[in-house]
Write a protein that binds this ligand. Structure first.
Ligand SMILES: CC(C)(COP(=O)(O)OP(=O)(O)OC[C@H]1O[C@@H](n2cnc3c(N)ncnc32)[C@H](O)[C@@H]1OP(=O)(O)O)[C@@H](O)C(=O)NCCC(=O)NCCS
Length: 285
């Protein structure tokens, strides 16, 4: 049972895998992965079905600002590390992760990151990942108090300069694909996207220069999705993001650890986590 590349024909298996684990990913989420990263979408098949997966998602480096500065490394984000409950403990995730990390190393991805659950963390540590910071899933129940839209919010347009200073890698491929699957908005000082989920509607990514902009964006989203359960994944070091989520009726429901695997001598470009109000997803960073 060696890792193989996932194919569009595997979609029913991939969705069944997510449903068995109560994960939030939809068909559109898997299609994005298979379309954008066919060479880094790996699975293991048992009894004719894909029972375990691991996927790499790549972000090109942004151009270095100073002419003499070295080009920062591109980023590989690892996600969808999932084994069907009936097939756990047979080494599938280990084989997939070993192969994925080796593929990424060979392609020159000297910087690899992921958001680890407590179940996944020991395996990642054995592969050289170290903890970077905590990350939390917050949830707002469908029954929470109604939120009204406030301030001026317009249809989504890319804000590449803001996103570059916050996220630090080029998300030009990913953001349009997230928009196509859901909603997006722009306001003075920030942007936000959201998309449907199998368990709860998903708010994120949201990038904003200041809390008032993030509040306008989150209120816009919640006014459109009143009466739905909503997930919002945030970096708890960003106190403004926590405070805003809390004030809008969200509560923390899961804690994960953001981990990084960095080749010796490689430096991460500067980024601004304080501008990231909501991440794009545990599988996307
Ligand atoms: C984490 C997960 C992907 C591991 O998949 P798997 O195919 O069973 O993993 P492997 O058999 O390759 O084992 C790899 C490591 O996972 C851990 N692990 C495996 N089975 C475990 C169990 N029943 N309880 C706790 N840890 C376990 C161990 O650290 C193991 O390493 P070891 O063999 O040295 O003890 C799987 O448990 C899973 O899908 N969990 C739910 C989703 C999740 O949390 N995914 C990780 C997202 S970051």
């Amino acid at each position: 049972m060696e890792p193989e590349l996932l194919q569009p024909a595997d979609l029913p298996d991939l969705l069944a895998l997510c449903r068995a684990a109560a994960w939030n990913q939809t068909e559109a989420d898997w299609q994005r992965v298979l379309t954008l990263e066919p060479e880094l979408s790996l699975g293991i098949r048992a009894e004719g079905r894909i029972v375990s997966t691991a996927v790499g998602f790549t972000y090109p480096a942004l151009n270095a600002t100073a002419a003499a500065a070295p080009l920062p490394p591109p980023l590989a984000w690892i996600g969808m590390v999932l084994t069907h409950p009936d097939h756990r403990g047979h080494g599938h995730a280990r084989r997939l992760m070993q192969r994925l990390v080796a593929d990424l190393d060979r392609r020159g991805f000297s910087l690899q990151k992921l958001d680890a659950t407590a179940m996944g963390q020991p395996l990642y540590e054995q592969l050289g990942f170290v903890a970077e910071q905590p990350i939390e899933r917050w949830k707002r129940d469908a029954s929470a108090k109604r939120v009204h839209a406030l301030g001026v919010v317009e249809p989504f347009q890319a804000m590449p300069e803001l996103d570059a200073s916050a996220f630090a890698w080029d998300r030009a491929r990913v953001l349009p694909s997230l928009l196509a699957a859901g909603d997006g908005a722009l306001t003075e000082g920030g942007f936000a996207l959201g998309r449907p989920g199998a368990v709860a509607t998903y708010f994120g990514p949201c990038v904003a220069r200041y809390p008032a902009a993030a509040k306008r964006l989150a209120s816009w989203f919640l006014a459109r999705h009143g009466g739905e359960d909503v997930f919002w994944d945030l970096l708890p070091h960003n106190q403004e993001a926590r405070a805003l989520a809390h004030s809008l009726g969200f509560r923390p429901v899961r804690q994960l650890v953001r981990m990084v695997r960095l080749s010796p001598g490689v430096a991460e470009p500067p980024r601004r986590d304080d501008l990231i109000y909501a991440i794009a997803g545990f599988e996307l960073g």
